[in-house]
Design a protein around this ligand. Sequence first.
Ligand code: TTP
Ligand code: MG
Ligand code: MG
Length: 416
Amino acid sequence: MPPSESHPVRRIAHLDMDAFYASVELLRYPQLKGLPVVIGGSWRSEDEVLVRAAEAGTRDRIPLEEFPRIRDYVGRGVITTATYAARQFGVGSAMGIMKAARLCPDAIMLPVDFDEYRTYSRLFKEQILAIAPLMENRGVDEVYIDLTDVPGGQEEGGRVLSAQLQQAILDATGLTCSIGVAPNKLLAKMASEFNKPNGISIVHEADLETMIWPLACRKINGIGPRTDEKLKGLDIHTIRDLAARDLTWLMEHFGKSYGAWLHAAAHGRDDRPVETSSEPVSMSRETTFGSDLHAVRDRAELGAVFTRLCEQVAADLARKGYVGKTIGIKIRYDDFRSVTRDHTVDFYTADARTIRQLAGQCLKRVPLDQRIRLLGVRVGGLEKADQVSEAPALYAAGRRAVSRSGEVAGLNLSLF
Ligand code: TTP
Ligand code: MG
Ligand code: MG
C-alpha cells in the first residue's frame, strides 16, 4: 500500500542509552567525566571509600586518586560496560576483568548498583511516554517507539521528534542516548548504533543499499555468532552478500522459516508492530564463583548455591507476577566454555522447589568432570500468573518420589 495521509510511512525509532550503567554512575561522580571507567566486579574493601562518601554526601568530591582502579582487582567476573574513554583501549561489555585490566590498568572500576540503573531506566522511559505513548520496552536501557502518528513524527524523517526526545531525557536525567529512526524495528535497531553516543540516524527505505548493505551480517539483530560462522563459510560476509542470494537457496541452507527470515531481513523487510506491553520472556539468576568449583569435591557448596539461585528466580517470578514452563541451567567451565540445557514441562510454575527439581534434571545432562566458574538458572516460557493455572506443589511431590527411586536404582547422576 503506498503511503498516504491515512496510511503514512511507518517511522519506528530505536532508542538506546549511551554507556548506560557507566553514565548513571558518572552522575554520582561527575569528577570521572571523560576518564576510562568500567562497571563490574563484586564489592571489596577498596569500595569502602565510596560507601563512606555516600554516607557523608561527598561522592562528587572524592579525589581521583582515591577511586578503586581495575589493576588492583584480584577477583574475577566480567565487566558490564565501560565509558567511551575506556572503550578506546578496547575494553567493553562482557569482557573478563583480568583482560580489561591488561588493556587499561588505570581505568577506575566501580561496583554495579542495579537498583540505581532501574530507577533511571524508569525515569527515561517516563519521559518518552509523555511524548510518544507507543513504546515497547526492550530491556533496561532501550526501547522501540512508534513515531508514525505522533505529531511531528514524520518531520525530517523523525529527526525533529528524536531531538526532542533526547532533550527531554537529558533534562530529566542528565543522560544521553542515541536514536535510530527507520521504516521498521529491524532497521531502526541497526540505525541507533550508527551515531553513538548522543546521535540520531535516519534511515529511509531508499537508503538500504548505501547504509545497510555494506554492514556485516552480524549487525542484523537475529543473526548470532553461529549463523554468522555458517554464512561466512558460504562466502556471505555483508548484508549485500546475503541479499544477493535468492530465497530458495537460503531456505535450502537455513531451513524454511529462518531462510525466509534471512531473506526478508537482508532486504530490510520487517512488519513486527511496536508492542506496547512487552512482557519478559524469561527470568534468570546466575553467579560467578570466587574460585572455580568442582562438581564432586565442592558438591555441598555448589548444591547450596544452586538452591539459592532457584529460590531467587522463584522470588523474581513471584514479585513480578509470572509463572513459566521452561526451566533451564547454564554452566560456564574454567576454560570459559558455556553449556545450557533446558526442559519444558506441560504446566506453569513459580515454585522454588519445582524449579530446583527440574533444573536438577537439566544438570544431569551436562558433563560435570570439569571445574565450574559460573552457574545460572533460568525460567522461560513465561505467562502472567493470573492467566494460567499452576500445579507446582503436586508436581514437586511427585518428582521427589521419582528422584528418590532413581537414586535407589543406582542412578548416581543426581549430584545436587
Ligand atoms: P548496551 O546498551 O548494550 O551498552 P551500553 O549502554 O553500556 O553502551 P552503548 O552506548 O554502546 O549502548 O547495554 C546496556 C547496559 O546493559 C550496559 O550499560 C550494561 C548492561 N550490559 C551488561 O551487563 N552486560 C553486557 O554484556 C551488555 C552488552 C550490557
Ligand atoms: Mg546502551
Ligand atoms: Mg542497550
